[in-house]
Ligand binder design. Structure first.
Ligand code: CP
Ligand code: NVA
Length: 311
């Protein structure tokens, strides 16, 4: 049966751990794994800007022995109104997997519904699950494990990163704290799903408007841009208290690691001192996109009976 990765809870806790183990193995021996030898092609489609996602999928697919067909989807017929379903029907006969960065979550869901090859969410307005796999790999490297680790995310609690930390962190058995201004709390349905997952993994979920309480004693401090791609201008003054700065790092304690998916806006959601300081793991985090996604693609293709006839 075809397996897709559209949101973080598409992997069970055991499956997430398998993917992260594979990611660690792929990082240790970077050029030894070539499941896409042939080469088989993976379509990597973008409706939004990207540096890390575009590069890490293109490099990763090449390192797996495959070929990355990287395309701005707006220049395809999709951009002129061809349906997602018809695009999926064309792609599935030629490629081994489809990776797509787009706006609404329902768009990747529709692509998956009509595709017999794995569809991977490379960021939607609601979730950024590939980023969270890389973040979890980075946290495992720094802390030696994930279960019981406390991650505090400060900033826009209603965006894709916050939602993915909730689902992915709960799946990993972490304690996830989201601190966001009033009006920017996470989607209650995502919080409820994260709580349900956490009940089974020993993790926990906390949503607050108090950034200092969230940072207090946290093992990991994370943030993201206050203005995500596609969002209208908003009042940034309400976010000021949520900046990850020296004060929040001090509240967390000397053990804290700092994550940011990047691109970062120094002086906005994170101070330059912290982003470029000794607690920051952001460059490892950006590198781990490569290893985590190679592992994810390999894992999804192993689970999926391939019928595309050679790609
Ligand atoms: N973190 C991340 O997804 O970066 P890009 O937008 O550059 O791909
Ligand atoms: N929340 C950000 C993440 C960028 C990688 C956005 O959607 O723009």
């Amino acid at each position: 049966m075809v397996r897709h990765f559209l949101r973080d809870d598409d992997l069970t806790p055991a499956e997430q751990a398998e993917v992260l183990d594979l990611a660690a193995a792929m990082k240790r021996d970077r050029f030894a794994h070539r499941p896409l030898e042939g080469p088989r092609t993976v379509a990597v489609l973008f409706d939004k800007h990207s540096t890390r996602t575009r590069i890490s999928f293109a490099v990763g697919i090449a390192e797996l022995g495959g070929h990355a067909l990287v395309m701005d989807a707006g220049t395809s017929q999709l951009g002129r109104g061809e349906t997602i379903a018809d695009t999926a029907r064309v792609l599935e006969r030629q490629v081994a997997a489809i990776v797509w960065r787009t706006s609404g979550q329902e768009r990747v869901e529709e692509m998956a519904a009509f595709s017999s090859v794995p569809v991977v969410n490379a960021l939607t307005d609601q979730f950024h699950p590939c980023q969270i796999l890389a973040d979890l790999q980075t946290i495992r490297e720094a802390k030696g494990g994930l279960a019981g680790v406390t991650l505090a995310y400060l900033g826009d609690g209603a965006n894709n990163m916050a939602h993915s930390y909730l689902l992915g962190g709960a799946t990993a058995g972490m304690h996830v704290r989201i601190a966001a201004p009033a009006g920017y709390a996470p989607d209650p349905a995502v919080v409820a799903r994260a709580e349900e997952i956490a009940a089974g993994t020993g993790g926990s979920v906390q949503v607050t408007t108090d950034p200092k309480a969230a940072a207090d004693g946290a093992d990991v401090l994370a943030t993201d841009t206050w203005v995500s791609m596609g969002q209208d201008a908003k009042d940034l003054a309400v976010f000021e208290p949520y900046r990850v700065d020296e004060e929040k790092v001090a509240l967390a304690g000397p053990q804290v690691s700092v994550l940011h998916c990047l691109p970062a806006y120094r002086g906005k959601e994170i101070s330059a001192e912290v982003l470029d300081g000794p607690h920051s793991l952001v460059w490892d985090e950006a590198e781990n996109r490569l290893h985590a996604q190679k592992a994810l693609l390999t894992w999804l293709l192993r689970q999926t009976a391939t019928e595309e006839g050679g790609g």
